[in-house]
Ligand binder design. Structure first.
Ligand SMILES: Cc1cc2nc3c(=O)[nH]c(=O)nc-3n(C[C@H](O)[C@H](O)[C@H](O)COP(=O)(O)O)c2cc1C
Length: 191
């Protein structure tokens, strides 16, 4: 395990879209490799419970720094939070819309807003299907503001054998954008 001072700080925000498995897998992979800060919306907590049968306490027990989504005066939402990247996974269309509109009324929205204004890395993993024109416009707005839009849409060319393989495909793509080395998915080599 790296010493905490040299570890990259990663903020994982979990919102109320389907796909809590991506957030848990990402967190489990980052444990011991990064200092992980967890933000969870109210609906995100419901989806964690519904889809995985876990509570937000899981992350704290496993070493993450956990925040309440109605907190505001905390380091993650400060422009001087150093050496960090943020990923919103899964990202609901509600959260996407509120960030695109600059609402900043919760810690997740405000932290994303700060990451964008500071030109820090923000990865957004939207999960909805199909998208309507409002979703697409909001995602374009966020892309234009500097976010990486990385849909939870696994590929099938790596010969997946299980749901875990499909989850790992998406998590590997997230890790690449967080600039963290990963062994979940070998590099694609065309025949
Ligand atoms: C079981 C369930 C699954 C949902 N899945 C999605 C989804 O995949 N994508 C989405 O954008 N919203 C989904 N929603 C709706 C969001 O949870 C809802 O818009 C919520 O207000 C989002 O709040 P948040 O962004 O603060 O987490 C789902 C809701 C429920 C109850």
């Amino acid at each position: 395990m790296e010493s905490e001072t040299s570890m990259k700080k990663i903020v994982i925000a979990i919102t109320g879209a389907s796909g809590a498995c991506y957030a848990k897998r990402l967190f489990d992979y980052l444990r011991g490799k990064a200092e992980v800060h967890i933000l969870i919306s109210e609906r995100g907590q419901e989806l964690l419970s519904l889809e995985l049968g876990i509570k937000k306490d899981y992350f704290q027990q496993e070493g993450a720094i956990l925040y309440k989504n109605n907190q505001m005066n905390v380091s993650v939402a400060s422009g001087s939070f150093p050496g960090s990247a943020m990923v919103i996974v899964p990202a609901s269309m509600g959260t996407v819309g509120r960030i695109a509109a600059g609402i900043s009324s919760t810690l997740i929205e405000r932290t994303a807003d700060v990451f964008l204004k500071e030109k820090s890395k923000l990865v957004i993993v939207p999960r909805e299907t199909p998208f309507n024109a409002i979703h697409l416009k909001n995602l374009l707005t966020l892309d234009q503001a500097g976010a990486v839009i990385l849909p939870a849409s696994p590929g099938f060319y790596h010969d997946p054998k299980s749901i875990d393989d499909l989850i790992d495909f998406v998590v590997a793509r997230i890790l690449k954008h967080l600039e963290i080395d990963q062994e979940l998915l070998p590099p694609y080599s065309p025949q």
